[in-house]
Design a protein around this ligand. Structure first.
Ligand code: HEC
Ligand code: HEC
Length: 358
């Protein structure tokens, strides 16, 4: 390349980047410092003292509309669903709002732990929704939408009334009504960190180092109680099975060391179901499809009954799609490629193409 063309090219590249002044000085030739504008885009954390919270507002009613359009399909109309994640709402009482301690967290017979039972700071909910939700399109909500949808969630939990408008002006008062606001304990080494003056250098467990006559066998001091094993439903049937990992089957007791792995859970046999439908449903369970699809309900992907209507008789198309995955036929959430055998894919595709009978 002629040195003239090189010079023109370099000038053009600098002009495109427009940031010649921000060239990295520490490592010349390698990248550049992030501009304040770029840093601001990442610097979105909202703290318990509401530092970082942008001004805005949203009502319960506005939030409900947004919830029904963008959140309910995964979390349930009332935030109660545990199909995609454990329930967000439930398990708190007006008394908890008074005391700031959620009584059900200590009730051994209460079956689960919802988000609103555990979370101590309303800022955490604001921050999390703003940065991470909806799961399939994070950071797409406008500031006022985050306020609105959070107001709706808080109204479901009885923290704010149905005619409430949540804003940066009144969120500190809402904090004083968070059911578990007094339930957060910092008497451990994990938090607060050094920057908050915490004794972060102490380890999480406090043992004395043994130098002679030491125990050779560990003594179990505490363990997950049996009732908690299945607290979030059967982990083996839940999502995140995109890779090879599968959750434990929490409907069964924990396996002893050396005990063989149980066969994958097949769904309970359906009454009056024909053998082909039963076989197909066992294949769905075996291949992890039921984490994202119900036979007649939508979870992350469409219900198989809907797919059956759309692609009736198209077994070859369906078998290919099951293996390749895809996006855009049913919405923005993609289906990852599936690693099942051709025979399984064909059998499932046949069953769907003939109507996905139960
Ligand atoms: C496609 C499914 C999906 C949609 C849609 C969705 N979520 Fe979620 N949501 C999830 C999953 C999965 C998690 C758990 C994510 C994790 O732990 O990494 C989650 C977690 C959360 C949590 C945190 C719960 C906790 O205890 O950690 C909140 C709050 C939440 N979602 C609110 C919302 C709101 C508000 C919307 C709508 C604007 C929404 N979600 C839309 C799937 C979804
Ligand atoms: C991680 C979630 C997930 C898993 C696991 C999953 N799917 Fe899907 N599936 C989806 C989503 C999301 C869509 C919608 C994709 C789209 O809009 O094109 C979909 C779409 C489909 C379709 C319709 C394709 C079309 O073109 O209309 C079929 C058939 C299907 N899945 C079968 C299966 C089978 C069989 C399995 C198990 C081997 C499976 N899926 C596993 C999420 C999943």
């Amino acid at each position: 390349m002629s040195s003239f063309r090189k010079a023109v090219l370099t000038a053009a590249l600098l002009a495109v980047a427009g940031v010649a002044a921000a060239q990295s000085t520490k490592y010349p030739g390698l990248g550049r410092d992030a501009t304040p504008k770029e840093v601001a885009k990442w610097d979105i954390d909202v703290r318990p003292d509401f530092k970082g919270l942008p001004a805005g507002s949203g009502s319960v009613a506005q939030g409900q509309d947004l919830w029904e359009g963008k959140c309910a399909q995964c979390h349930g109309v009332f935030g109660e669903s545990n199909e995609v994640f454990s329930p967000l709402i439930g398990g708190v009482t007006p008394d908890d709002i008074k005391t700031g301690h959620v009584a059900n967290l200590k009730a051994n017979n209460y079956p689960g732990r919802t988000t609103i039972m555990k979370v101590a700071t309303v800022s955490t909910l604001w921050d999390y929704i703003n940065r991470a939700m909806p799961w399939n399109a994070p950071k797409t909500l406008k500031t006022d939408e985050v306020y609105g949808v959070l107001a709706y969630l808080l109204s479901l939990a009885g923290v704010v009334p149905e005619n409430f408008t949540l804003s940066d002006k009144n969120i500190a008062e809402v904090q004083n009504r968070m059911p578990n606001r007094n339930g957060m304990n910092t008497q451990h080494a994990m938090w607060p960190g050094k920057e908050f003056g915490g004794d972060y250098l102490k380890p999480d467990t406090r043992n004395t180092i043994c130098m002679s006559n030491c125990e050779t066998e560990p003594k179990v001091a505490s363990m997950l109680p049996d009732y908690a094993r299945n607290a979030h439903g059967n982990l083996a049937e839940q999502n995140r099975m995109v890779g090879a990992q599968r959750g434990a089957d929490t409907t069964r007791p924990e396996r002893k060391a050396g005990e063989a792995a149980p066969a994958p859970v097949a769904p309970a046999p359906q009454p009056k179901s024909d053998p082909e439908a039963q076989a197909a449903q066992a294949l769905l369970a075996k291949n992890g499809c039921i984490a994202c699809h119900g036979v007649d309900n939508r979870i992350v992907g469409p219900g198989f009954n809907e797919v059956a209507k759309k692609h009736a008789g198209k077994a070859d198309y369906l078998a290919a799609k099951i293996k390749s995955g895809g996006q855009g036929v049913w919405g923005a959430i993609p289906m990852p490629p599936q690693t099942l055998s051709d025979a399984d894919a064909k059998a499932i595709a046949n069953w769907i193409s003939k109507g996905a009978a139960k």
